[in-house]
Write a protein that binds this ligand. Structure first.
Ligand code: AMP
Length: 430
């Protein structure tokens, strides 16, 4: 690379800048508080894992594993992969740290970047972010109902509307193989009329044909036998119980018998939420049960269920959060600066967001800067104000100014209860 030539972010990977980052922070804060209310705890797993984890966990024949992973050999020749999703990692950690020995269902949540080498477009990136939760250690449909309730509470807290929850059961290792035999037989009859991808899938991963998006294939796929008709008695009962629990909670859902999702580990309950505002990439989140995943990764039986929200898409549907600045302190002169810095420190100790410019500027310029920073109020401190202990406070929207004392200022911005100032006692004296 030539010196001086600019370096840009890699295709499909982007910077999240302010003010958009404020929205991301908001989403994450709300998610953490909802997860905490349902007694989920955070897990942080490495971004790099052994490639085999995803090959065995997500499935050899899935799009993710066959075409989308960032895989490379480490210097010691071990094949490593940037995680394309987190469930396999969470279950690996569950096994590795013997979390099954702890009592009850293990409820974990995560948030962070995932990597898939897909064709970038709006709502689809090569580094994207997921917020997800996993409940491991029970196959009860009550766990499914609770996790779906939590998910809908989260969407509600973020004031999301206009979405649909699609629900399906993809059966278990007992009943799905028989369905696959029937499906393969039926697919063989119509194979030549399907799109090239589905022709391939009908051999390698026939279930995936069911959620093909190609318009011309739809009437043919509609005629294929539905998985719901082949569920064993236990899977049917599980699915019916879940629907009952969702109805108890008045959670609206739509059955979607063709929804199979792109990862092989799913068993029984699968779900997806789509949002109209997202366009082509309309899947906001997806999830389901993975009762056999732990065993596939060499662990003990540990049935589980989880979901993963695409945070990038979430941010697209929610729109902006307010990012204005409550208070800007304009100062004129060195003594005014020192006074302003103390005032700012006191206000910030009470969690008031305050901007204090570090370079001296004339009042007119300070007001322009404050306006560009979307300041709601500007406090003006000069020598005269310093001497009198009374300050002009400008309401930027109204363009009006009134004179306030320090207690009045604190009453307005910080509320009645003063907090102690930080003492910096933790810092060693030099
Ligand atoms: P999955 O792990 O494939 O079930 O995806 C769960 C959610 O992650 C999807 O519903 C999307 O919202 C999001 N997602 C998946 N892949 C991407 C991507 N390449 N870019 C942005 N979001 C994605």
């Amino acid at each position: 690379m030539n010196r001086g030539q600019t370096i840009r972010a890699i295709k499909g990977m982007r910077d999240i800048l302010p003010p958009e980052s404020a929205l991301w922070e908001h989403i994450e804060q709300v998610a953490r508080s909802v997860f905490r209310a349902y007694a989920y705890q955070e897990i942080r797993t490495p971004l790099l894992e052994a490639t085999d984890l995803f090959a065995r966990g997500v499935g050899q024949e899935t799009d993710i594993v066959t075409k989308e992973m960032y895989t490379f050999d480490d210097r010691d020749r071990q094949s490593l992969t940037l995680r394309p999703e987190a469930t396999a990692s969470v279950v690996r950690a569950y096994i590795e740290h013997r979390l099954h020995e702890q009592p009850g269902v293990k409820k974990l949540y995560y948030m962070g970047p995932m990597f898939r080498r897909e064709r970038p477009q709006k709502g689809r990136y090569r580094q994207f972010y997921q917020i997800g939760a996993e409940a491991i250690g029970s196959e009860s449909p009550r766990v499914d109902a609770e996790i779906l309730e939590m998910l809908l509470v989260l969407l509600g807290r973020l004031r999301l509307t206009g979405f649909t929850l699609y629900l399906n059961s993809v059966g278990c290792t007992g009943c799905r193989p028989q369905y696959l035999v029937t499906l393969r037989q039926e697919l063989a009859k119509v194979r030549d009329r399907l799109c090239p991808d589905c022709q391939r899938r009908s051999e390698t991963n026939p279930l995936r044909v069911l959620d093909c998006k190609v318009a011309a294939d739809q009437p043919i796929i509609d005629q294929l036998p539905a998985l719901s008709g082949s569920l064993c008695a236990a899977c049917r009962e599980h699915f019916e119980q879940l629907q009952g629990y969702l109805k108890d909670r008045s959670i609206p859902f739509q059955l979607q018998p063709r929804m199979v999702r792109g990862l092989d580990y799913y068993t029984r309950t699968t779900f997806e939420i789509t949002h109209g505002a997202l366009g082509a990439q309309n899947a906001l989140l997806g999830g389901g049960r993975y009762d056999g995943l732990s065993e596939a990764l060499g662990g003990p039986p540990a049935p589980g269920i989880g979901f993963s929200i695409g945070e990038d898409r979430f941010a697209l549907t929610i729109g902006a959060v307010p990012n204005d600045l409550p208070l800007y302190i304009a100062w004129m002169g060195e003594s005014a600066y020192r006074h302003a810095a103390e005032m700012a420190r006191e206000l910030r100790a009470q969690n008031v967001m305050v901007e204090l410019p570090s370079d001296p500027v004339k009042l007119k310029k300070a007001l322009e800067l404050a306006s560009r920073l979307k300041a709601r109020s500007v406090l003006i401190i000069g020598d005269k104000e310093l001497a009198e202990g009374r300050y002009p406070l400008r309401d930027m929207a109204r363009g009006e100014q009134r004179i306030v004392t320090k207690p009045e200022l604190f009453q307005q911005f910080a509320g009645p209860a003063p907090a102690p100032l930080p003492s910096f006692a933790g810092a060693k004296p030099s």
